[in-house]
Design a protein around this ligand. Structure first.
Ligand code: DI6
Ligand code: FE
Length: 408
């Protein structure tokens, strides 16, 4: 057996249902070996084949190895800050009121359109690096603060550029139907026509997006308008996902399921029927406790129903300036447990195995299993439950993509 690299002196949270024990797929005192960037062997160290050799032996110091973390829902390419709106909300204004008065998403659209390329890249890189410092190896980045074809394309290009700069696998999503831009005020159907007839074909032709998202909400777009966008995405061969039932029940979960969405995200107001349709469609539920916390929402997503129906639960930062100005995925593990009552093992699966599924990458990353890419994170913890238990701590000691060490 000849390998490129072997990780030793570590316990493993494989998150692979077929391996190890408990909800983490745990292997105490394990080993992981890599050849050509892929996991070639995983198991208890005591079962390593006799005569194994590796070019490089890495000592994990008795800590734990997990799959590299995956943040499957972010809007991290934007300019400016919405600290002023935070103060307004603290004085009683609601998110919807601020949005209706032309603030909210539109204030970030103004700042993002005005920012030059270098500033946008720099501000966004800082947020992506913060995620990387906590063991994140794959990130989804949405557009949605440009709202015209050129600006949305620019955001997606910046997102693509950030991957190699920050040592991160980046998946991009076009969120043209995020809000109605000011120049289309009162003409939502015409804006949706622009998204379908100009923006999507342009982004598709330049291969700038891996998927298409939309915001189905009273302050955003109707289910009929979203359906038009999704039908166009389908003709271009792009998978879809949806901001569904975040602030009210607009039937978002069922709409996402109807279009066989990769994921339906938020889901605070989803009904039992909505949950059932997600289960039938195999759509992943993405939970975003940062937005729930920051907006001081009181209605949690229907976790028990999602769990009972076997809908995979992913977890993400929603990193954005309006509802989750947060670049910590570890904090989301803690919040998912405290606010949504996930178990720590469910939370870790939510940022690994299920997050990979939410990005259509289940056969590539998200578990420590033979054949998958060797995206790993090493942690100075005595048990993986500590990743959800402590907050404001960062026990990450190493981060690898395809077996290669990445900056933190
Ligand atoms: N839901 C959200 O929580 C973010 N976008 C969305 O569709 C909010 C984005 C913002 O307020 O800037
Ligand atoms: Fe979001």
């Amino acid at each position: 057996m000849r390998w490129d690299t072997i990780w030793l002196n570590a316990s493993l949270a494989t998150l692979d249902p077929g391996t190890g024990s408990g909800g983490y797929g745990g292997i105490v005192d394990g080993a992981v070996a890599v050849r050509d960037g892929r996991i070639a062997w995983v198991g208890p160290r005591s079962e390593l084949p006799v005569g194994w050799r590796a070019e490089l032996e890495l000592d994990c110091g008795g800590g734990w190895l997990t799959p590299g973390l995956i943040d499957c829902h972010t809007h991290l390419v934007y300019a400016g800050s919405r600290a002023g709106e935070f103060e307004q909300r603290l004085q009683g204004a609601s998110y919807e009121e601020i949005a209706r008065a032309g603030g909210g998403i539109l204030s970030t659209v103004r700042a993002t359109r005005a920012a030059d390329h270098d500033r946008l890249l720099q501000e966004s890189a800082r947020r992506l690096q913060a995620l990387g410092a906590e063991g994140v190896t794959t990130v989804e980045i949405k557009s949605g603060y440009g709202l015209d074809t050129a600006s949305e394309s620019r955001i997606l290009r910046v997102a693509r550029q950030l991957g190699p700069i920050c040592g991160m696998t980046v998946k991009t999503t076009l969120l043209g139907a995020h809000a109605l831009p000011p120049e289309y005020a009162g003409r939502a159907d015409e804006y949706i026509a622009l998204v379908c007839e100009e923006m999507l074909p342009a982004v598709g032709a330049a291969a700038l997006a891996d998927a298409v998202d939309a915001f189905s909400e009273t302050v955003a777009f109707t289910p009929q308008q979203v359906a038009r966008v999704f039908e166009t995405a389908r003709t271009l061969g792009l998978r879809v996902k949806l901001h569904a039932d975040q602030l009210s029940d607009s039937g978002g979960a069922a709409l996402a399921a109807h279009f066989r969405a990769l994921s339906a995200d938020h889901l605070e107001y989803s009904s039992e029927e909505g949950v059932e349709s997600l289960a039938q469609a195999g759509t992943v539920a993405v939970l975003l406790p940062g937005a729930f916390y920051f907006l001081r929402e009181t209605r949690a997503p229907p976790i028990a129903a999602l769990r009972a129906r076997g809908v995979p639960l992913a977890l993400a930062s929603d990193c954005n300036p309006g509802t989750s100005p947060c670049s910590s995925l570890l904090l989301m593990l803690n919040m998912a447990c405290t606010l949504f009552r996930l178990t720590p093992a469910e939370a870790l699966a939510g940022v690994t195995r299920s997050a990979a599924q939410a990005l259509g990458l289940a056969d590539e990353v998200g578990r420590i299993a033979v054949g998958l890419r060797a995206d790993l994170a090493c942690w100075e913890v005595s048990h993986p439950t500590e990743l959800a238990y402590a907050f404001g701590a960062n026990p990450c000691t190493g981060r690898y993509i395809g077996g290669v060490a990445m900056p933190r």
